[in-house]
Design a protein around this ligand. Structure first.
Ligand SMILES: [Fe+2]
Ligand SMILES: [Fe+2]
Length: 378
């Protein structure tokens, strides 16, 4: 049986429809009679409760609906396996509606809180086009239930009917389920850094991994982010080599970068030296990002709200793009008085302008950014 609602992640030019079940079995997605199987190397995956089917963006955008399908398989026998009846659940899908501009809601740092995050992200109502989940969604990935906070929040906000972009945060990487975490999100074959394209929007997702050096005692030798970041330098260079099919592809009008940690800001040094890592590498990342004509970078991690223009003294490494740090969790600890609050960012691109507001679950809003139309320089 199906457990949570599916998440429709964008990666590359595809949607990855990820959904879970309460038993092992085979699964697929149907769109207009066409089958998109959850398979690997020509075999239907079955020894799992988390399934993924990949479908081209245009196909689902045109069909505007899909069905997730499942047949339980208690035992993967080599011959004559006995499958359960087909279970099928249909979902409507609303692709990005450009007619009223682009409405993005940005959440990060939910740290296992669900309801307040869903409430805050209701800001655009039905007009929501895209949900950005920018890391630290569970407090840690200790159990499968922790990781399922991703489905609980995405399902609560989108109902499986809107696209989602997921960028991993440093808390997502901690605990027994840290490696399984990527089974629950959109990835480029397991890689948590990738580009994506839908309509006029192009984006790049980066993953700093942990926020302290690999040698930090609390990690106990389980963290190996330095080579992981090195691979992302190469990834950014490849994007520049392929610019004509990436950010400079015909029809691209908006370019976003998404990364949990605002590595290109002075915020890195604010909480003390041990968080101020990888300066040379992050300077190089920033120089490479500067070549991409980014309209906006979305970050979280700080648990405070900031909007920086390129000339802000808080910006580092000569970054030439604005940065919105758009998530503030304020959760009441046990025994304390007060109300749980979660603040995310409502980002809108309309008539060539990008605006952003901070909004929370109690109806509070405040202007964050108002960016003038970017002059086409290329
Ligand atoms: Fe956080
Ligand atoms: Fe974080």
């Amino acid at each position: 049986m199906f457990d949570r609602k599916p998440c429709v992640y964008i990666v590359g030019h595809d949607y990855q429809i990820v959904f879970n079940t309460d038993a092992h079995g085979i699964a697929w997605v149907e769109i207009g009679g066409e089958v998109f199987p959850d398979e690997r190397d020509g075999l239907m995956r079955s020894e799992t409760t988390v399934h993924r089917a990949t479908v081209p963006v245009e196909k689902l955008d045109a069909a505007k609906k899909y069905a997730v399908c499942f047949r339980a398989l208690p035992e993967r026998k080599p011959y004559w396996p006995q499958l359960g009846e087909t279970e099928r659940q249909e979902y409507a899908f609303r692709p990005i509606d450009w007619s009223d501009g682009l409405q993005i809601y940005h959440v990060a740092d939910a740290h296992s809180h669900i309801d307040e995050v869903i409430d805050a992200a209701g800001y655009f109502g039905d007009r929501l086009d895209l949900l950005v989940m920018n890391g630290d969604i569970p407090a840690e990935s200790k159990t499968e239930k922790d990781v399922l906070a991703v489905f609980d929040i995405a399902g609560g906000i989108t109902g499986g009917e809107r696209p989602v972009v997921f960028a991993r945060g440093n808390h997502d990487t901690r605990g027994k389920y840290a490696l399984e975490f990527t089974d629950f999100i959109g990835t480029d074959e397991g890689r948590t850094y990738f580009t994506f394209r839908t309509g006029a929007l192009w984006g790049v997702v980066l993953d700093c991994g942990e926020d302290k050096l690999d040698s930090e005692a609390e990690y106990g030798g389980l963290v190996c982010c330095e080579p992981f970041r090195r691979r992302q330098t190469a990834f950014l260079k490849r994007i520049l080599e392929n610019r004509r099919s990436e950010f400079d592809a015909p029809g691209v009008k908006l370019r976003f970068a998404i990364c949990h940690i605002p590595f290109m800001t002075e915020l890195m040094g604010e909480s003390g030296g041990k968080f101020d890592i990888e300066r040379r590498r992050y300077a190089e990342w920033t120089a490479l990002l500067n070549e991409m004509g980014l309209d906006l970078m979305l970050c979280g991690h700080q648990h405070r709200l900031y909007a920086f223009l390129p000339d802000d003294p808080m910006m580092r490494y000569g970054a030439n793009f604005p940065v919105l740090v758009g998530a503030r969790p304020q959760f009441v600890r046990q025994g304390e008085q007060g109300q749980d609050r979660f603040c995310g960012a409502a980002v809108e691109s309309k008539d060539g302008r990008i605006t952003a507001a901070y909004t929370d679950n109690l109806g509070w809003t405040e202007r964050a950014l108002d960016l003038p139309e970017r002059k086409e320089e290329r």
